[in-house]
Design a protein around this ligand. Structure first.
Ligand SMILES: Nc1nc2c(ncn2[C@@H]2O[C@H](COP(=O)(O)OP(=O)(O)OP(=O)(O)O)[C@@H](O)[C@H]2O)c(=O)[nH]1
Ligand SMILES: [Mg+2]
Length: 344
């Protein structure tokens, strides 16, 4: 897989690359910023208006190229952004794919994880936004997740710069997951028919076969560049035949079967805990319900209310409005206006 991948890689460099991939809004760019520092380049992905940010990181004195990719909801692209991310994985060698996952939304993240695993890529899972997950009462069993997929799993809170050193450590020694899950027999049969026809790339033939079966039209250009028209026609005829068995589109059937695998994994790694109360509200709740401190606290609050409403509101503010606002400004102006308009 990698020989062809090296040939297609437009950046002929020995610097290993770390590619950040994940759903939209999960903190990829925040992690990118923490890994790379100041010197980054932003360029449009060839032939598109989609911006790709690249930077450098030094990890254990080694230089790495870090690539920030557009967020994806699936790696069977439905938008130009998603196509760019898929094309980077397809055509550019990634020495590591850091899958940035939103810890509070693990099912959505796992849908991407299993597609990256299917691609046969070297992966590290970064459970970001652990703070938001905890405050919603969501805990993730990191070691169970690591065991299920045979991958390193780290937790980060990018906005607090937490976990970045651990992420750096594991990002330079990623693993290829041995995790496999099978689709129904009919889909598996057509995967095995299409797989041998798929050209080499930076991702597995199985994952490309699944994209074709999902009706991914965005692959056509790449297929035309790498395959004869006859072979493409044969692949397409297999995809059409495979779809005939189902009343729903094959892309939907494949997604449903992936979601089933996601549910199974999610059931083993997501634990609900009591949501962490915000520290300030927890303090007030404790003081106001305390048998000894509750009443003094109540009197303190009543006194403050009296001071604010009784003295400041009814005294100072009323005097200010009566004497200054009305006495000095509004009343004299109103009298002047009336005198000017109504002849006496
Ligand atoms: N609470 C919390 N917020 C985070 C964390 N990481 C990132 N954010 C915030 O989440 C928002 C999205 O972060 P980005 O880094 O732009 O996410 P992204 O994955 O690059 O988003 P796209 O490029 O749109 O796919 C920003 O407001 C970040 O400040 C985290 O660990 N905890
Ligand atoms: Mg981003």
């Amino acid at each position: 897989m990698h020989d062809q991948c090296h040939k297609q890689d437009e950046v002929k460099s020995d610097v290993p690359s770390i590619c950040l991939v994940g759903n939209p809004n999960v903190g990829k760019s925040a992690i990118f910023g923490l890994l790379t520092g100041r010197y980054v380049t932003v360029s449009n992905y060839p032939g598109t208006t989609v911006e790709i940010t690249k930077g450098e990181a030094y990890i254990h004195k080694g230089k790495y190229q870090i690539i920030d990719t557009p967020g994806v909801n699936s790696l069977v692209p439905m938008s130009e952004d998603e196509k760019v991310t898929r094309d980077i994985l397809l055509q550019k060698r990634s020495d590591t794919v850091v899958h940035v996952a939103d810890s509070k939304n693990m099912k959505r993240s796992l849908f991407i994880t299993i597609q990256l695993i299917e691609m046969g890529l070297p992966i590290v899972i970064d459970l970001n936004m652990r703070d938001e997950a905890s405050s919603r009462g969501i805990d993730i069993d990191e070691s169970a997740l690591s065991e299920i997929f045979g991958l390193d799993v780290v937790s980060t809170i990018a906005v607090q710069k937490k976990g970045i050193n651990t992420l750096k450590k594991v990002a330079v020694r990623p693993r290829i997951s041995p995790f496999r899950f099978s689709y129904d027999g009919h889909i598996e049969e057509y995967i095995s028919r299409i797989e041998p026809l798929i050209p080499e790339s930076c991702i597995s033939r199985r994952s490309v076969a699944l994209m074709v079966l999902s009706g991914d039209r965005t692959l056509k250009g790449w297929l035309l560049d790498n395959l004869s028209k006859e072979k493409i026609r044969l692949i397409e005829s297999y995809a059409d035949k495979a779809a005939e068995k189902y009343s729903e589109p094959l892309s939907y059937v494949i997604s449903q079967q992936r979601l089933k695998a996601v549910e199974e994994v999610a059931g083993k790694i997501i634990r609900k805990t009591a949501p962490q109360r915000k520290r300030v509200s927890a303090f007030f709740e404790e003081v106001t319900t305390h048998p000894a401190w509750g009443f003094p606290f109540l009197f303190a609050v009543l006194y403050l209310v009296y001071e604010f409403v009784g003295r400041f509101g009814a005294g100072t503010l009323v005097d200010f409005f009566e004497e200054i606002v009305f006495g000095e400004y509004l009343n004299p102006w109103a009298v002047k206006i009336v005198e000017a308009l109504v002849p006496v």
